[in-house]
Design a protein. Structure first.
Length: 96
């Protein structure tokens, strides 16, 4: 593994408004924001940890503890996201 691969702990994922799937993934926020500005995109840019799910990541950090049975279900885990993830909203060319 290269030094950069070892240091990489997160990626930035862009989801356009009303999209079910991401349209871009970046290793740094700056080029992501340049791309968003270039195309005047609206959506959300979110940091995701690598090699661990967001669900497991927040549990590992003690930011979330499942307290109800449905919070252990595949549907809940598959759609889980967290406000602890760094994220930015864009619309009308500028960060909201």
């Amino acid at each position: 593994m290269t030094e950069q691969e070892t240091e990489l702990k997160q990626v930035w994922v862009f989801n356009g408004v009303n999209n079910h799937f991401p349209s871009a993934v970046f290793t740094e926020r700056s080029p992501a924001e340049e791309w968003i500005e270039k195309y005047k995109l609206s959506g959300t840019l979110t940091a995701y940890p690598l090699n661990i799910s967001v669900y497991d990541w927040v549990i590992e950090k003690d930011w979330f503890k499942p307290k109800q049975e449905h919070q252990l279900s595949p549907g809940f885990i598959a759609s889980f996201s967290s406000a602890y993830q760094e994220h930015f909203h864009y619309g009308d060319e500028e960060r909201e």
